[in-house]
Design a protein around this ligand. Sequence first.
Ligand SMILES: [Zn+2]
Ligand SMILES: [Zn+2]
Length: 319
Amino acid sequence: MPPSSALSFAPDLDLTRDALASSTLNHGLMVLGERWTMAVMMGAFTGVNRFDDWQNRLGIPRPTLANRLKTLVALGLMRQRVYQERPRRMAYHLTAEGMKLYPHVLMVWLWERRWGSRRSQLPDTLFHKACGHRFVPTLTCSACGDKVGINDLQLTLKPNARLLAQSTRAGRAARLASQGAASMGLGLRVDRWSLMIVTAVVLGCHYFDQLVHVLGIASSVLARRLSGMVEAGLLLAQPDTHDARRTVYRLTPASRDLFGYLVCFSTWAAREYLHQPSSIRPVHKTCGQPFTPQVACSHCGEAVKPWDVAMTPPPSAHP
Ligand SMILES: [Zn+2]
Ligand SMILES: [Zn+2]
């Protein structure tokens, strides 16, 4: 018998396909999953607000940066402000709506720090001003306050008809976009499709034919992506113990760690952007409540707010 019980039941493939297509993760990634968009947001949270500073920090081509800032302003996540009249120069600031992506940004920081390839561009340490201590963002359940990991949640699937119809219309564009490397700013190794593939594996799809079915991408494209993910340490490919000709795909510690990121981003997309329930619904097993993530300070356990975080020790800091 395979060691994981996840392999001993067959997932309902049509249900999983519809749930993935109508997930708030998928729809959120369609707007914020383009290459550089999240990197620009991350920069804004670390205090960057001028065009040239983003460009120097991230090395984004100028037209791409201009385009991403325009998108973020159109989405209401950032606003422009003139900081110099002649020649006219604009600064970009996060709006109250943009600030709501903070839990997700903290999860990006955590993942990048452990597994990313661009560690140097992120602050090394975060300080919680409220308690004065150095902290690590910790995913907790907003209902009961307990710390939550991937195994503490029960996922149920309920496809969202409206989002499903939209994803069928958007299907062609999404497929075209998937041809390019679309980095989320989560290192160079994680893009929109990697996140969808990780989610499909979390939902119990461990074989190539299952993944083709639920993701709706061409098998040649999927094959390329899977081998890229294996190479990048995001998936393990092992021969099936029942049939050595078949390969079983499993999560690695790095891709398991994407879970906090996935759940925070899906929740943001459901509540703040799409105003639709997600088709993938987590319940916290311990308290039995629908799971809503909250990112807390590892030292004092309080929810972390954007204005409560410093990247350099506050004067009163306890190291
Ligand atoms: Zn709970
Ligand atoms: Zn604290």
